[in-house]
Design a protein around this ligand. Structure first.
Ligand SMILES: CC(C)(COP(=O)(O)OP(=O)(O)OC[C@H]1O[C@@H](n2cnc3c(N)ncnc32)[C@H](O)[C@@H]1OP(=O)(O)O)[C@@H](O)C(=O)NCCC(=O)NCCS
Length: 201
């Protein structure tokens, strides 16, 4: 079986189908979805599609993180529903990691709610949340200030522990490249790199 990972904007004939694939998992208006997919470019952001003998199997998107020059943010990772559990998600991720390494992106960040096991299998680890400004420290460090006042004391806050334990919070994960030879140059979603890259099962 031949697989190729190609940038969507170089293969616009898959745009509509890709919209449907994403919308089958995360419902959004067609206009919003098209707008997001059409932002795919030769630089980041770029949407990649996984093709198996020209059939659309999966999608993921990479975006830049302004504060982390050699890192990128991965999102909208999806495999066609009927094709899950066959190793295609692993292929999609590995081909994308190869692309990142070749393009000087040595760390991939993502967030997930429920697929932690999948990403852990592929070597991702939990990490601190990142923002476009880098690691976010304000989530973990806080400082309280006591202000003297004659105002009446506020009633105690309700105990939210039970509620919070039921709310699934996103897990932040990352994976660093093991390849010390990563070349450091401006990221280009070079179609030929991706189109030429084929794997056999
Ligand atoms: C998550 C997703 C991309 C995985 O793709 P897939 O093709 O089903 O995954 P694979 O078959 O390649 O699985 C690779 C390995 O991960 C394991 N795995 C897959 N999903 C897993 C999960 N949720 N928990 C633990 N392990 C998981 C598989 O058992 C397999 O392990 P093995 O190689 O030891 O057999 C796919 O299920 C999907 O599209 N889900 C819906 C969209 C979604 O949730 N995307 C993630 C957004 S953060």
């Amino acid at each position: 079986m031949n697989f190729s990972l190609v940038p969507l904007h170089k293969h616009p004939q898959y745009l509509q189908e890709c919209c449907e694939l994403l919308n089958s998992e995360w419902k959004r208006s067609l206009t919003a979805r098209l707008h997001s997919l059409k932002s795919s470019s030769d630089d980041l952001p770029v949407s990649f599609i996984l093709l198996q003998n020209k059939r659309l199997i999966g999608h993921l998107k990479l975006s830049s993180i302004p504060s982390i020059k050699h890192g990128c943010f991965m999102e909208s990772v999806v495999i066609r529903q009927t094709e899950r559990g066959k190793g295609f998600g692993r292929i999609l991720m590995q081909m994308c990691e190869d692309y990142c390494e070749k393009n000087g992106l040595n760390v991939i960040y993502l967030t997930t709610k429920g697929q932690e096991g999948f990403y852990k299998k592929l070597g991702f680890k939990e990490c601190l949340p990142i923002s476009i400004y880098g690691y976010s420290s304000n989530l973990n460090i806080s400082k309280s200030v006591t202000v003297k006042s004659s105002a009446p004391v506020a009633p105690p806050m309700p105990n939210t522990n039970n509620i919070l334990s039921q709310v699934k919070i996103k897990t932040h994960m990352n994976k660093e490249s093991k390849n010390d030879q990563s070349r450091w140059y401006v990221v280009k979603a070079n179609a030929s790199i991706c189109v030429d890259k084929q794997r056999s099962l």
